[in-house]
Write a new protein. Structure first.
Length: 493
C-alpha cells in the first residue's frame, strides 16, 4: 500500500502520508514497532491520556492481508495509556478489519486532536472522509457495526468501533470489530475522548509481493502447524487456566475448577468463525441452549478472559456467556471490570461497602442480576460505584478504604490478563513487570515445520521439564517477545 492516513479530528483535515523510508522500515518492520516509533516521535511530553494532544497510531504489518499465510490479520494500535497515565497503551485485533484497511489503500492511520461532536471515519477505495455519528452515539458495539454498514451502503464494509464504555471514557474501554474481535487496553477510551465512534473501511486493493513463491511456501508450512479449534472444545471450555488446572474465583481467593463452572455449555449451538484466510477458526458464535438466558446469541474470540472474568465473581454456567456477550457489547475490558467488581464484592462481604454506595444492589457472590446492572453502571459511569468501576480497581479500593487496597489486583493501575497465573511463575512475573497491565500470553509450537524444528528446543522450558533458575527468565522473555513479534508483522501468536 505504502500510505498512512493522518486525521486531525480537531480541524477535520485528512491527508495521505508515505510510509517511512526503507531504513526505518527494515528496523521497525510494521505493526506495533512502527506504530510505537511514530508515536514516540510525535507525542508531546506533557500529553495526557484524554487530552486532544494524545495520539493514536494504528498500524498493520507486512503479513496483514497477504492471503497466503494463515493469520495475516492483525492491526495494532498504540497511544498514551489511560490506565497508567505514563506508559504505552497497546491493543491488537484480528478478524477482517485490518485486511480491509489495506484493501482501502492504507497500511495505517494516525489520529490526532479531538472532534467537537461525535464523528466516524469512512475510508472507501483510497478516499477518506469524516461523517456525523450523532445517531450512532450511545449504541452498543453490535448495533454500531450493523447500522454503519447500512449507512455506507456496503455489506462487506468492516467496522472498528467503540461502545458506551468508550463514549464515557471507561479507562479500559476496548475497540471492537467484526463482532468477534477486540483490541483491549484502553484504545476505546481514547477514541471516546476524541469523539470518534468508529472507523469504517472498504476497498478492493491487494498488497504487492516481492517473492510470491516463497511467501506461498512459507504460508503452507505455517498452515501445517496450525491447531484447529473444534465445536466440542467450545462446549467444554473452562478457560485458559484449565491448561494448568486452576481458575480464579471470588476475587482471586480460590482456584477451584469444577464441572459446575461450565454447566449447560454442552447444550449450546456453536458455530466456528474464520479470520481472513485462516483455517484455525479461533472465533465462535453460540446460541445458548440452557438456563435463564436460553436463546441468547453470543460472539467470542478464542481467548477465555471473558469466562474467568465472571468465574471470579462467583458466577457459573451459561450466565457467564450471557454476561460475556454483554461486556463485549458495552466494550469494557474484562479484567478491568472483574478486578474492580471483585474488590466491591469482597468489600460487601466484609462489611466495608453497603447498599447506599451500590445503588441498592446486593453484591453477593454469584448474583447475576447485580453483575448485569454493574456492567451498565461501569460502562456509563452511573453513580458512585459505576464511576469508580470505570476508573479501575486501584481507585475503587482507595475510595472504599480500610483493607480494600490490599484486595485490589492491578499492575501500575492496569489489570493482568484474567487468568490464574500463580502456578505459572514465568507468566506471573511477566504480568508484574508489564508496561501497562494485561498482556498477551503464548509462545512456541508443539509441532514446528521440520526446517525450523531446531529453533524450538526449549531446554529447561520444555513442557516435560520443571522451570528453575534461568529458565524462568527465559520463559518470561519468550512470553513477552512471541506476542510482541506477532504484533509487528501482523500475524496471530
Amino acid at each position: 500500500m505504502g500510505k498512512i492516513l493522518r486525521v486531525d479530528l480537531t480541524t477535520g483535515i485528512l491527508r495521505d502520508e508515505n510510509l517511512p523510508e526503507e531504513p526505518i522500515l527494515k528496523k521497525f518492520i510494521g505493526g506495533q514497532a512502527l506504530a510505537s516509533y511514530i508515536l514516540l516521535k510525535e507525542l508531546s511530553l506533557d500529553a495526557t491520556p484524554f487530552g486532544p494532544e494524545n495520539i493514536v497510531v494504528m498500524m498493520t504489518g507486512p503479513l496483514t492481508g497477504n492471503g497466503f499465510t494463515p493469520g495475516g490479520t492483525k492491526m495494532t494500535a498504540v497511544y498514551l495509556s489511560p490506565l497508567t497515565h505514563t506508559t504505552l497503551g497497546r491493543g491488537a485485533t484480528s478478524g477482517y478489519w485490518a485486511t480491509y484497511l489495506k484493501a482501502a489503500g492504507y497500511d495505517g492511520v494516525i489520529l490526532t486532536g479531538a472532534a467537537p461532536k461525535p464523528v466516524y471515519l469512512y475510508i472507501n477505495e483510497g478516499k477518506a472522509e469524516l461523517r456525523d455519528a450523532a445517531k450512532f452515539w450511545g449504541l452498543g458495539t453490535r448495533a454500531t457495526e450493523d447500522h454503519l454498514r447500512e449507512a455506507v451502503g456496503h455489506r462487506e464494509a468492516k467496522v472498528l468501533c467503540i461502545g458506551p464504555a468508550g463514549e464515557n471514557m471507561n479507562r479500559a474501554a476496548m475497540l471492537a470489530n467484526d463482532y468477534n474481535h477486540f483490541a483491549a487496553h484502553s484504545g476505546g477510551a481514547v477514541l471516546g475522548s476524541k469523539k470518534l465512534k468508529a472507523i469504517v473501511v472498504h476497498g478492493t486493493k491487494r498488497p504487492s509481493f516481492r517473492d510470491k513463491a516463497k511467501l506461498v511456501d512459507a504460508g503452507w508450512r505455517w498452515h501445517q502447524t496450525l491447531q484447529q479449534h473444534d465445536v466440542k472444545k467450545k462446549k467444554t471450555k473452562y478457560g485458559h487456566g484449565e491448561a494448568w488446572g486452576v481458575l480464579n474465583n471470588l476475587n482471586w481467593r480460590s482456584t477451584e475448577l469444577s464441572p459446575a463452572h461450565i454447566r449447560g455449555f454442552g447444550e449450546n449451538e456453536v458455530v466456528l468463525r474464520p479470520c481472513f484466510q485462516c483455517a484455525r477458526l479461533c472465533p465462535w458464535d453460540a446460541k445458548l441452549g440452557e438456563g435463564e438466558f436460553k436463546g441468547t446469541v453470543v460472539h467470542f474470540n478464542a481467548g477465555g478472559e471473558w469466562l474467568d472474568t465472571f468465574f471470579n465473581l462467583g458466577i457459573k454456567g451459561n450466565a457467564v456467556l450471557y454476561l460475556a456477550e454483554k461486556i463485549n457489547n458495552l466494550g469494557i475490558e474484562c479484567s478491568h471490570f472483574s478486578c474492580g467488581a471483585g474488590v466491591a464484592f469482597e468489600a460487601w462481604e466484609k462489611g466495608l461497602l453497603g447498599p447506599e454506595k451500590t445503588n441498592g444492589l446486593k453484591l453477593e457472590w454469584g448474583n447475576v442480576e447485580a453483575v448485569d446492572k454493574l456492567l451498565d453502571m461501569a460502562a456509563r459511569r452511573e453513580g458512585w460505584l459505576g464511576n469508580l468501576l470505570a476508573e479501575g480497581p486501584k481507585q475503587l479500593a482507595e475510595a472504599i478504604g480500610g483493607d480494600a487496597p490490599k484486595w485490589a489486583v492491578h499492575t501500575k493501575g492496569g489489570t493482568p490478563a484474567m487468568h490464574e497465573w500463580r502456578p505459572m511463575l514465568g507468566q506471573m512475573l511477566r504480568e508484574l513487570v508489564a508496561s501497562g497491565g494485561m498482556k498477551l500470553q503464548g509462545g512456541g509450537s508443539p509441532k514446528p515445520p521440520p526446517d525450523l524444528r531446531y529453533r524450538e528446543d526449549w531446554g529447561p522450558l520444555a513442557a516435560d521439564k520443571p522451570m528453575a533458575g534461568r529458565g524462568r527468565m527465559s520463559y518470561l522473555n519468550n512470553t513477552v517477545n512471541s506476542p510482541a513479534s506477532s504484533a509487528v508483522v501482523g500475524s496471530p501468536r
